[in-house]
Design a protein around this ligand. Structure first.
Ligand code: DP6
Length: 328
């Protein structure tokens, strides 16, 4: 049987950085994100008795590394265990964005792989359980399952740590204009970064302020107060990166273009030209969060910044879904 799923990447407004259990990917804190309409992964999975081993193809990429393949096979194994199957699979996956630029491809990738593999075995799970199964492959993948604006509740353990929708995609007219900044290879993966977080002297301070921050951001989203919301998300991004930069060894995800874009966004605010705010994940690309009415202007300005490869306007989007458009 063959099935295909499309899942969005997501941008975190409150970040997942640090785990209480790396094995089952239980986060230290709840996180809040928005699904991205134009950064998606499509994955087709077929199980068959005629396959001797799992075959993994990343469309448009030169090769699949052994580490990447092992993570895909581990996901297939969990789905096989869930469905009581021993069949081997053919997997083909395609991103709408290049993996190498460091946009969170593991979120969309593992969300779509998990959903497609389950469907290919003829099984379905309630959204909550699908989110938990995707979480085991990559934490952020848990947040790419539900629609729109999402909260991932850390829960009390592996059995209740999952993401759910807090608002539908159409709830709020805001956009994420991604200034895509190139980086050939990530030197420190986000999985390694999570483990290093606790070595930062600032990590305890970050955690102390977390509950207050979560309450404040939810209030700003409830009232759609863009200015308060924007200040919280920018502060949160700086906070996470301060932890990264002060980990042992330090992690600096930013490139010089990253700093240029951040400074531009701050300048537009100071001069009252455009009110937008930045957030940055474990890579050099900058997510500029703005009102939808400002997104075209911002995209045009970002494209003219030297070092910015592209500026992609993302609207809030639905979560992972099954489609009939197979990749093979
Ligand atoms: C920096 O989901 O990539 O994007 O669970 O180890 O696969 P693993 O980590 P991953 O975490 C990336 C976290 C982040 C912030 C966020 O999106 O919350």
């Amino acid at each position: 049987m063959k099935a295909t799923s499309v899942a969005p990447a997501n941008i975190a407004f409150i970040k997942y950085w640090g785990k209480t259990d790396p094995e089952t990917r239980i986060p230290q804190n709840n996180s809040i994100s928005m699904n991205l309409s134009r950064m998606t992964t499509t994955t087709t999975v077929e199980f068959s008795q005629s396959f001797a081993s799992d075959d993994v193809i990343f469309d448009g990429e030169k090769m699949v590394t052994e580490k990447e393949r092992a993570r895909v096979v581990a996901t297939l194994d969990r789905v096989r265990e869930n469905g009581g199957s021993r069949l081997r699979a053919k997997v083909k996956t395609r991103n709408t964005f290049p993996k190498a630029v460091g946009i969170a491809s593991s979120a969309s990738g593992f969300a779509s792989l998990t959903q497609a593999a389950l469907a290919a075995l003829g099984t379905t799970l309630p959204e909550k359980d699908l989110s938990m199964l995707a979480r085991l492959s990559s934490g952020t993948a848990a947040r790419s399952i539900p629609d729109g604006f999402v909260e991932w509740d850390k829960g009390t353990g592996p059995g209740d740590s999952y993401a759910y929708s807090i608002y539908e995609p159409g709830y709020w007219d805001i956009c994420d204009v991604v200034a895509v900044v190139s980086k050939s290879m990530k030197k420190i993966s986000s999985t390694e970064g999570h483990a290093l977080a606790v070595t930062s002297p600032f990590y305890g301070i970050r955690m102390e302020g977390m509950d207050k921050k979560l309450t404040a951001i939810k209030a700003s989203m409830d009232s759609k107060n863009f200015s308060v919301f924007g200040r919280i998300i920018e502060d949160e991004a700086m906070n996470m990166h301060a932890v990264c930069m002060t980990s042992a060894p330090p992690i600096l995800y930013w490139e010089s273009t990253t700093v240029t874009v951040v400074k531009n966004v701050m300048h537009w605010r100071e001069t009252r030209e455009i009110e937008s705010y930045v957030t940055i994940d474990a890579g050099p690309s900058v997510h500029v969060i703005c009102r939808t009415t400002d997104s075209d202007t911002i995209a045009a300005r970002l494209k003219s910044v030297p070092g910015v490869i592209d500026a992609v306007i993302n609207h809030p989007a639905r979560g992972a879904r099954i489609t009939g458009e197979h990749l093979f």
